[in-house]
Ligand binder design. Structure first.
Ligand code: AMP
Ligand code: ZN
Ligand code: FE
Ligand code: FE
Length: 281
């Protein structure tokens, strides 16, 4: 029997909060037998060129991508993946730079809160762990583990950093419709990431997806590690109802999310062809 071709359209590198360099990320996808993978760093396009070069070398298709966090009316998040955005688009790059500055301000407030809560960490250590422009809560979680304040990164989120926990601080985020418009302006497609991990009641989530569809949403990430069978079926029906492309990925971060290995769940390669068919150029 043929080995069915499979893909992974959601992966993070050291350009944001993943553990592997962009080239190592692509090599891992190649070694896992994937026929295509996407690099989707948070708020940053810096890893794309290296990933594309490695993909060309190894003979695996690399889809250039990005992941944006957007702000829901209640302050919660929805993440939007962008694929095939133009890397030289000025407005897009300026907005990403502003969002990264917003991360910096937010992180400073988190450090202050953590110190007040008796769990101080060194900002310089967090910057070292991040190694670049995109400093995220997973890096802060790692610093909390290293400083001995918690035993695991998950505990760092559960006790301090998750939405609703005492060191949580909001940051500048786009509205979901703004994110879609910006991704389209930069020549890309917009796909709603892991819609069901935020514990939004289904009717509310459906209404929100409908408003994103009206703003031009192209697809929805149905296949995702934390989506159970019932959730996937519900999302597949929504995709059919709203005429959305279906995508999937692991949200691989290397050691920063050790329980989400690349290539899982299984995402058939045919879905990438259907997504590509939505591209205008
Ligand atoms: P940031 O973009 O800096 O706000 O960090 C967001 C990242 O933190 C997400 O992509 C997840 O990897 C991680 N994260 C957010 N909330 C949680 C949580 N409750 N438990 C574990 N990881 C989380
Ligand atoms: Zn991440
Ligand atoms: Fe996400
Ligand atoms: Fe992600």
């Amino acid at each position: 029997m043929d080995n069915p071709r499979h893909i992974d359209l959601h992966n993070h590198s050291t350009a944001s909060d993943g553990a592997l360099s962009p080239a190592a990320l692509v090599r891992q996808a190649f070694d896992a037998g994937l026929s295509a993978m996407a690099i989707t760093d948070h708020d940053c396009l810096d890893g794309i060129d290296e990933a594309l070069a490695e993909g060309a070398k190894l003979g695996i298709e690399v889809v250039p991508g990005v992941e944006l966090s957007t702000k829901r009316p209640d302050g919660g998040s929805l993440h939007v993946l962008g694929y095939w955005i133009r890397q030289d688009h000025d407005e897009f790059n300026q907005t990403l730079a502003t969002i990264r500055e917003g991360r910096h301000d937010r992180n400073t407030r988190i450090f202050k809160k953590l110190a007040e809560l008796g769990a101080p960490i060194e900002a310089s250590r967090v910057a070292d762990l991040a190694g670049g422009d995109v400093v995220g809560r997973p890096h802060i979680a790692q610093a909390l583990v290293e400083a001995g304040h918690v035993k695991s990164k998950q505990e760092a989120f559960d006790r301090y950093l998750a939405h609703g926990k005492p060191a949580y601080q909001s940051r500048r985020r786009l509205d979901p419709k703004e994110a879609i418009a910006l991704l389209h302006a930069a020549g890309g497609l917009a796909v709603l990431a892991h819609p069901a991990i935020h514990d939004i009641p289904k009717e509310e989530l459906k209404a929100e997806i409908q408003s994103m569809v009206e703003a031009g949403l192209d697809g929805i990430e149905v296949h995702y590690p934390h989506h159970n069978q019932a959730t996937q079926t519900w999302l597949l029906n929504l995709a059919a109802e709203f005429n959305l492309a279906v995508t999937g990925g692991s949200d691989f971060h290397g050691d920063f999310k050790a329980n989400q290995p690349m290539g899982h769940p299984f995402v058939p390669a045919a879905l990438l062809e259907k997504l590509k068919a939505r591209r205008k150029d």
